[in-house]
Design a protein around this ligand. Sequence first.
Ligand SMILES: [Zn+2]
Ligand SMILES: [Zn+2]
Length: 410
Amino acid sequence: MKDGLPSNIVKTVTTAIDNANEELRTINLQIWNNPEVMFEEFKAADLLSSWFESKSWTVKRGVYGIETAFEARFSVREGGRTVCYNAEYDALPGIGHACGHNLIATSTLASAIGVAAVMQEKQIPGTLVVMGTPAEETGGGKWIMANHGAWKDCDVCLMTHGMSSFSTPLFISKASWKFRAKFHGKGSHAAGAPWDGRNACDAIVHAYNGLALLRQHIGKDESIQGVILEAGKAPNVIPDYAEGGYSIRAKNSKGLYALKERIVPIFEGAAAATGCTVEVFWDALYEDVLSNRTLAERYRSYMLTELGLAAEDMISIDESLVKHAQNGSSDHGNCTYITPGIQALFSIKAEDMPHTPAFREAAGKDFGHAEALRAGKANALIGLEVMLNDAFYQSVRAEWESSMKEAGRL
Ligand SMILES: [Zn+2]
Ligand SMILES: [Zn+2]
């Protein structure tokens, strides 16, 4: 098969998605109107799982270690490739769907409708998977799911995300890792017998200063943030306990592991210097999104040639790499270290960044919904090309293997 899908397949995809527009708008608004935070996305998970069940997909609820995760599968014939789309649906505490994950769920549903319609019409062998992935904002839902074996049989993993004012097939994110440090000392009377105490407040301040000194000598695209959460209760008692919360980021997971190696000794040193002990608890690792350029180029090409997006609304990949690099992170990155993928961004014309009230309002509007569908169509088309075009998939895979080798992961 030549590059690009035949026009009758493109037509089947766009028609099937357009015909489902009202149904999708209702689901979108139902999620947007009922924001649920990490690990509590019961209504959204039920809504989406029930929808797939109503379309006779095979649905498993509460999968891969999370009660509000689900996996929906659809096959027409045996064999073929497995194409996965992730659906996020968690909201932020206190501010609702200010990251627009209702639009991600909608966009993924649209892709599922488009791909399934073609699979059915053309009797294409292959498996279509929709993975319901909770707790992206915090909690590292996909990190947990990956640790339980998710995405292992998927040949690609695709998703989309709303953005304030630009669209790009490449989400250029950072790898990030949160951790907590707990220092244990020995309490004593601060005036009466300080020599008997071991000061956990001193230890955590020492660690804080150590991090502050390290900051001058880390990479330009790396960062270290931290706060002291607890460091004693009263000035006349030597604190026997102190705790801090920290977040580190780097350009990619390889850089993040290297940064971690420089950070751990600071905590051990602070404990040793003050006669305390320390325990460091590493939270979910959000890997950088290993964006697959072959998939991204094709996504862009469908957007411009088949789906009516103006060229100025999606600059070239090379320009995007320079202009659209983000400091944020997504646990979709974890999926892209298991199998090739992209996370395409689509503009919802919000007046402010994600995680603001203005973004939440835009995420509920018709414009954002229409763009979620357009992104869902482009992702459906590249998913179908993965199923149908061997040469295309081989280049996707070859690029991914070379990125993985460069990252020291293959
Ligand atoms: Zn967010
Ligand atoms: Zn988000």
